[in-house]
Design a protein around this ligand. Structure first.
Ligand code: ADP
Ligand code: MG
Length: 549
């Protein structure tokens, strides 16, 4: 018999001050926390969603409409709240957009589960039903989604606009211009995987930002923008048709770790010693000029003397460049990163039409642009204040995610809640074919999906119930499944005509992640917290406006 078992009875020794919640109490509390977290982000959904202002301990202000950011900045403490934050992060990573949606959906699945639990349905039945429903939903999504070619820029543009639509980044014209920039960037870095499918490494699109100007001044750079100045004032500030060397080495004389003592007894010796050092540095620079490089970027430092020699040879140099930027420079210019100068030859060099230092809002930045077919590019975001550029950056990364997902999968669905109403409808019919109590869970799943059109219509000031009833009726009529919430006309409308398109992946990932989160949370029937407060407190720690309803 294991020592913690007495006559089949499990014995747990709890630390002093620990609290414990069991069975239904644990489930009830956790469900309430999950719903509270969802409520905290609800008002941010969609183009009419409101922004939240979050103030950190240090007084830093974030103004955002981004679900993942809101949750992250809220610093939630309750373990269930953390699970909700995690699904927003997963959504961000997998689909690049849809973070508010996934959290709202998870909250609603929990609410439905709570109702079933009260009716005496066992958690494992609910979990099973939710799993079946998620599978079926994904199947229906694939059937109803439409195909798009990566070359179809008009559809990509619509998807980009919808993704950007929910964040306040400027006028429609600005949004259209930004969408074009994102599409161009994604197309530029697009690659094919081993099976010949389109593949996009989103990290190859550098999003750089600097407060100043307006969001409309945001530009596409066909290369990499480095937030660093040129090392020495004597170096050229601008080089056309630059031949670029990328170095992962210091242009300095290595000071060895060993404590060496050099005994210098006369001024001549001192002179000789310095000359020796100078000669070594000069040698290094000569190797660079011999390779015919006209601009160098190094991850490490450059000694003052070496800078002087580089300047004399007319070579532009930037030092202490981040590793991630070095990799991007390599992808953009075609240069190989060299770790020893003895290896450096002309064939290691990359090319950029222009390398130039420019002063942006009082700070020097180095532009490496006009690269030939660069496999890494930059979107340089401008905007009136730091908050504006920060939110524009979040928006741009969402759009990069959305456009990349749709190019990789080649499939999109309708937004504005149209897809959710359709899925709910089909899941309800499907539920009737499933015997047993799982049927009840599938029905709850269908109800939960309808939270999206409900919240969207609420955000526009429409009556959520009326809108939902209209949508359900419309969906049952011929060709009615294209109907969703026309947020800007406060009515239901044809999402196809309005061009409200979203990547299939956003919806599919949201459905899977939300039901997974609900499952994890429902499985818990014993919560032990060694902290005095902990889960028994019921309220999610440190959450503004996180009241359960
Ligand atoms: P998320 O963080 O989940 O992406 P968003 O704030 O971006 O949240 O809102 C996305 C939701 O808004 C989706 O359901 C999408 O279909 C809807 N939406 C976006 N643009 C429109 C529009 N023009 N009309 C109706 N619904 C829209
Ligand atoms: Mg979005």
């Amino acid at each position: 018999m294991p020592e913690n078992q007495l006559g089949g009875q499990q014995v747990l020794y709890l630390p002093e001050g620990a609290t414990r919640l069991l069975g239904r109490d644990a489930q009830r509390t956790n469900i309430a926390v999950g719903i509270a977290v969802a409520n905290a982000v609800k008002s941010a959904l969609g183009p009419k969603g409101m922004d939240k202002m979050l103030v950190s301990d240090l007084g830093d202000i974030t103004i955002t409409n981004d679900g993942a950011t809101i949750l992250e900045e809220m610093n939630v403490e309750h373990p269930v709240a953390k699970i909700m934050v995690d699904i927003a992060k997963t959504q961000d990573k997998e689909a690049g957009d849809g973070t508010t949606t996934v959290v709202i959906l998870a909250g609603e699945l929990l609410r439905g589960a709570g109702e079933l639990l009260e009716q005496g349905v066992h958690p494992s039945t609910i979990i099973k039903g939710y799993k079946i429903a998620a599978e079926k939903a994904s199947e229906v999504l694939h059937e109803t989604s439409k195909k798009v070619e990566s070359s179809d820029s008009s559809i990509l543009q619509k998807i980009a606009m919808v993704s950007m639509g929910s964040k306040n980044v400027g006028s429609d014209d600005t949004k259209a211009a930004l969408s074009k920039i994102v599409i161009k960037s994604v197309e530029q870095v697009m690659d094919k995987d081993a099976r010949g499918n389109a593949y996009i490494d989103r990290d190859l699109i550098k999003v750089e930002k600097k407060a100043g100007g307006t969001v409309g001044d945001t530009t596409f750079i066909s290369g990499v923008l480095i937030d660093k100045e040129i090392a020495h004032p004597g170096m050229p500030k601008s080089i056309k048709s630059a031949k670029i060397a990328l170095l992962d080495l210091a242009l300095e004389i290595e000071k060895t770790e060993v404590d060496a003592k050099i005994e210098i007894t006369s001024p001549d010796q001192m002179q000789a010693f310095l000359q020796q050092e100078e000669r070594m540095l000069k040698d290094m620079v000569e190797k660079i000029s011999r390779a015919k490089a006209t601009a160098i970027f190094t991850q490490k430092g450059i000694d003052d003397v070496a800078q002087h020699f580089l300047a004399k040879s007319g070579i532009l140099a930037v030092r202490r460049v981040k590793k991630s930027d070095m990799e991007k420079l390599s992808k953009a210019t075609g240069a190989r990163i060299v770790t020893s100068l003895d290896d450096l030859s002309e064939k290691d060099l990359g090319y950029a039409g222009l390398v130039e230092e420019r002063k942006i809002s009082g700070e020097q930045m180095t532009f490496v642009e006009d690269c030939k077919n660069p496999k890494s590019v930059t979107i340089f975001i401008r905007g009136g204040t730091q908050q504006v550029v920060d939110e524009a950056e979040r928006s741009m990364t969402d759009v990069i995610g959305a456009v990349s997902s749709v190019i990789e999968d080649g499939k999109f669905v309708l937004g504005g809640g149209a897809t959710e109403v359709d899925l709910a409808d089909k899941l309800r019919s499907y539920a009737n074919t499933i015997g047993g109590r799982e049927q009840l869970a599938i029905q709850k799943f269908a109800d939960a999906l309808e939270i999206i059109p409900k919240v969207l219509s609420e955000s526009a000031g429409m009556d959520a119930i009326d809108t939902l009833v209209q949508l359900r009726n419309r969906h049952r009529s011929k060709d009615g499944t294209v109907y969703g919430v026309d947020i800007f006309r406060n009515a239901i409308g044809d999402m196809n005509k309005l061009g409200v398109y979203e990547p299939l992946r956003i919806k599919e990932q949201a459905i899977y992640s939300a039901s997974e989160a609900a499952e994890i949370i429902l499985r818990i029937d014993d919560m032990i917290s060694s902290k005095g407060k902990g889960p028994a407190g019921g309220a999610p720690g440190g959450m503004p406006g996180g009241e359960a309803d």
